[in-house]
Design a binder for this molecule. Structure first.
Ligand code: GCV
Length: 659
């Protein structure tokens, strides 16, 4: 029976799936073949489009020919692949499984009218990776410091409110539909920092997770859960959580069996262990492979996977000690464990060695563990990139990461055999993402996770065409003008040359140059009157540069060959050091900070000119956020420029105002 398309609740933005995006599909004669629950989803989508645009959909061939045939039957395309071709006036999508057919339908939706023009040879499409996941850092109960969603800038959680499930499953279904349309197929529904209320989701509250899984399943999205390593103690009443203890292993086996009774297609666990205060195997003198394999063994009989996070570092370090380097930590902890992880254990690695800064090198861990399956984690929620008050489209940054080749042969997009993961930027905000333009980040993540070598600008074109189906050319040009370079603009007015941080402690919004300088978090810039930056060379610094394979270890080792944009990440240099650009470091700092603010002013001007081309509510929301972005960018400019002028005593060669 065809599954009705979920209707977004009143006032909720359709994001990249407004009904008009289905016009080309909805006006046709369509045949749908095959039997599978997701074929019913496909049928529901086409039937709804036909209802709006006058076409017709049937399940058995009777009165052809058809404009569009969607059917199961192709072999060898895997669970999610599809083939598409057009000849004799019929566009045909075939897949081996229901999910593949659904992705094929959304492919046709993206093509729009072009899907029904001319003849074209068969094309096959398959995702690069089986897992394309969003991690929600959603708390079940409001956390006194972090609120309902840790690092959430889009209102409350879609799933939880004040300690209980929200039960708004229509909205969750709508979310699943949006995710399927950009290729995301997994969601972890609770924070990796597992507090008491979240811990119980694993056991007596699993029914609430099962409800979410039921809502997401029709769009091919599997549900995962963050669990506490201490669960056998906290929930099971055992005296230990030692991964080698038989009673602990039995406890996890039983708990996991019950999870699968409630959610037969459950995806698996996500674990943050021995990290920022979360419990882990170190307490028992065991390794992280021991810890991960414990959960992998419990999941294995059911086909589940454990995503074990590599974000393990000392968050209580002494800022006086310049030999300890947080950037080194993940590599130092995990590389010796290569080959020890179970086949269904994935090591989930943040894309950079620190923590989602606007500019970091690619983590040297990716590619350094050939016998381990890594997943690469990026952050769609804009913790350090403007918190969805600033426009910062992250597609170009993610694409650079995914194209980076740790060694000659494979790039990060290929090495991420455990999948690609983003920390979600969505919440219960009517625009889903707080800043309406931050929807582009969510969409772009999904598409890059499907095809890591996709051109980000082309992905943005897709997002624009779907979100604004009747967009006149000036709107598309305007959106490109404000989004394309927004990541680099943000970089220009915040922490310079890869050094990172300089944010307000705790909430991480707005500038505070020394905010983390004398703290235990391991995030320093070491500015003094002579220079700035962290010496991470092997010769004189922390040795971090030596964690890379050649040629990167050599390139980063020397300040002469290190790319300008990462210079202060790898080296402590005098303010007069001349960059490859020909500018001194200090002049670069001044210039980029003035430029960054000018670029925000220009983007605000472009947006003001689009007033008649996007809905009023969306326009007003973005316009209001531009005011804040500009205020904040000026604050960053003035604090950073004044700070470095006062430290160095070097005036701006162009004589601009510095305080
Ligand atoms: C969920 C950073 C964030 C934390 C987050 C952590 C992580 O430190 O500031 O809020 O915790 O990363 O990725 O686990």
């Amino acid at each position: 029976m065809s599954l009705p398309v979920p209707v977004p609740p009143e006032g909720v933005d359709p994001a990249w799936l407004p009904s008009a995006a289905f016009r080309a599909v909805g006006g046709r004669r369509t045949l749908i073949r095959g039997s599978d629950p997701l074929v019913e989803t496909v049928h529901g989508e086409v039937a709804e489009a036909c209802r709006r645009f006058g076409g017709r959909v049937v399940r058995a061939a009777s009165d052809g020919p058809y404009d569009l045939v969607l059917g199961l039957g192709a072999d060898g395309l895997g669970e999610e692949g599809f083939a598409v071709a057009r000849s004799g006036g019929t566009t045909t999508v075939t897949a081996s499984g229901g999910r593949g057919l659904l992705y094929g339908l959304f492919h046709v939706v993206r093509l729009g009218e072009a899907a029904f023009r001319g003849d074209w040879a068969p094309e096959t499409h398959r995702p690069a990776h089986a897992l394309r996941m969003l991690d929600h850092w959603d708390n079940v109960a409001v956390h006194p410091v972090m609120g309902q969603v840790e690092r959430g800038y889009a209102g409350g959680s879609l799933f939880w409110e004040d300690g209980r499930a929200r039960g708004e499953l229509g909205r969750v279904r709508t979310y699943g539909r949006l995710l399927a349309a950009c290729g995301v197929n997994a969601v972890c529904v609770n924070n990796v920092n597992v507090h008491a209320a979240e811990a119980r989701l694993l056991t007596d509250r699993i029914g609430e997770v099962a409800d979410l899984a039921d809502a997401l399943r029709p769009y091919g999205v599997r549900t995962h859960l963050s669990v506490s390593f201490a669960a056998p103690i906290v929930l099971g009443g055992l005296p230990t959580a030692d991964p080698l203890d038989v009673s602990v292993r039995d406890w996890w086996a039983g708990a996991t069996r019950r999870v699968y009774e409630a959610i037969p297609d459950f995806g698996g666990y996500v674990v943050k262990a021995d990290s920022e205060g979360q419990p882990g195997p170190f307490a028992y003198g065991r390794s992280h492979a021991d810890g991960a394999n414990l959960l992998a063994a419990a999941l294995e009989p059911h086909g589940g996977t454990v995503h074990w996070r590599a974000f393990v570092y000392d968050h209580r370090q002494d800022w006086r000690d310049r030999t300890t380097d947080r950037a080194r930590a993940a590599y130092d902890h995990f590389v010796p464990l290569d080959g020890e992880f179970a086949a269904n254990a994935v090591l989930q690695v943040k894309h950079g060695p620190m923590d989602f800064q606007v500019r970091e090198p690619v983590s040297p861990l990716i590619g350094a563990m050939p016998s381990t399956r890594p997943a690469v984690e990026v952050q769609a929620t804009q913790e350090y990139t403007g918190q969805q008050r600033h426009v910062c489209w992250l597609g170009p940054m993610w694409s650079e990461v995914l194209r980076f080749r740790p060694e000659q042969d494979l790039c990060v997009g290929e090495l991420a055999r455990g999948g690609l993961v983003a920390v979600s930027n969505a919440g219960d905000d009517p625009f889903w993402t707080g800043h309406p333009l931050a929807q582009a980040n969510l969409y772009t993540f999904g598409r890059l996770a499907w095809r890591p070598d996709a051109e980000p600008r082309a992905v943005l074109d897709e997002w624009i065409a779907l979100t604004f189906p009747d967009a006149p050319a000036p709107l598309a040009d305007g959106l490109h003008a404000v989004l394309d370079g927004s990541w680099r603009t943000y970089e220009k007015y915040t922490a310079p040359l890869g050094v990172g941080w300089m944010v307000q402690p705790g909430h991480h919004y707005g500038p505070s140059v020394d905010g983390y300088e004398y703290s235990p978090w391991g995030t320093y810039h070491f500015a003094d009157r002579d220079g700035v930056g962290v010496d991470r060379s092997a010769a004189t610094g922390t040795g971090y540069a030596g964690q890379y394979a050649k040629p990167w270890s050599e390139l980063y080792e020397s300040r002469d060959t290190c790319p300008d944009e990462l210079l202060l990440f790898f080296h402590h240099v005098p303010y007069g050091h001349v960059l490859k650009s020909g500018k001194t470091v200090i002049q670069h700092i001044y210039d980029t900070h003035f430029e960054g603010v000018q670029e925000v002013e220009e983007a605000r001007r472009v947006w003001a000119g689009l007033a008649d081309l996007v809905g009023q509510g969306r326009h007003a929301r973005v316009a209001e956020r531009y005011e804040e972005q500009l205020r904040s960018a000026r604050e960053w400019r003035d604090q950073i420029n004044s700070y470095f002028f006062r430290k160095s005593g070097v005036p701006d060669e162009r004589g601009r105002r510095i305080y």
